[in-house]
Design a protein around this ligand. Structure first.
Ligand code: FEO
Length: 171
């Protein structure tokens, strides 16, 4: 059975993952409002990914004979200054989430909870990918500068993104 401390910490992360989902959905609405439907679509897929992260943790707690708890989710921001601003905020947000995941790993180690330690490795790896993806899009946008044709091309590319559910058994 999962310890109360570990259960509380993972439950807090479920709330954080749902907040991330809402943040990206809000970003999607903003991107749609500035006529970037491909970027907006990309953020909707990001929303789905974050919800899947929350579910993965929610189900893990149940699997360990704990009790999942849904807390209040803060309202995300509504406005940004540009598409570059959106991705800079997203990148900073993912760096913050990496810190939260690392804290969970620290708790698992303190509690000698090997199952949680192994479970959390998926998220450690996922954060490497999340940060690299956001950083990559920022670099791409900076290279484009004021090129409207370039922005249109990237918008089309990001519009192709599809949601691939994790095949992990913990999902
Ligand atoms: Fe759930 Fe974007 O990490």
């Amino acid at each position: 059975m999962i310890s109360k401390k570990m259960e509380d910490a993972i439950n807090d992360q479920v709330t954080a993952e749902i907040y991330s989902a809402h943040l990206y959905l809000s970003m999607s609405a903003y991107l749609e409002s500035i006529d970037l439907p491909g970027f907006a679509h990309w953020m909707q897929i990001q929303y789905q990914e974050e919800i899947s992260h929350a579910f993965k943790m929610f189900n893990y707690i149940i699997e360990r004979d704990g009790r999942s708890r849904i807390s209040q989710i803060d309202e995300p921001p509504f406005e940004w200054n540009s598409v570059l601003d959106v991705f800079e905020v997203a990148y900073a947000h993912e760096q913050k989430v990496t810190g939260l995941i690392n804290n969970l790993v620290d708790i698992a180690l303190d509690e000698k909870d090997h199952a949680s330690h192994i479970f959390l490795q998926w998220f450690v790896n996922e954060q490497v990918e999340e940060e690299a993806t956001a950083k990559g899009i920022i670099q791409h946008l900076k290279l484009l500068g004021d090129s409207k044709a370039g922005l249109f091309q990237v918008d089309r590319e990001l519009g192709q993104r599809v949601f691939t559910p994790s095949t992990d058994t913990a999902q």
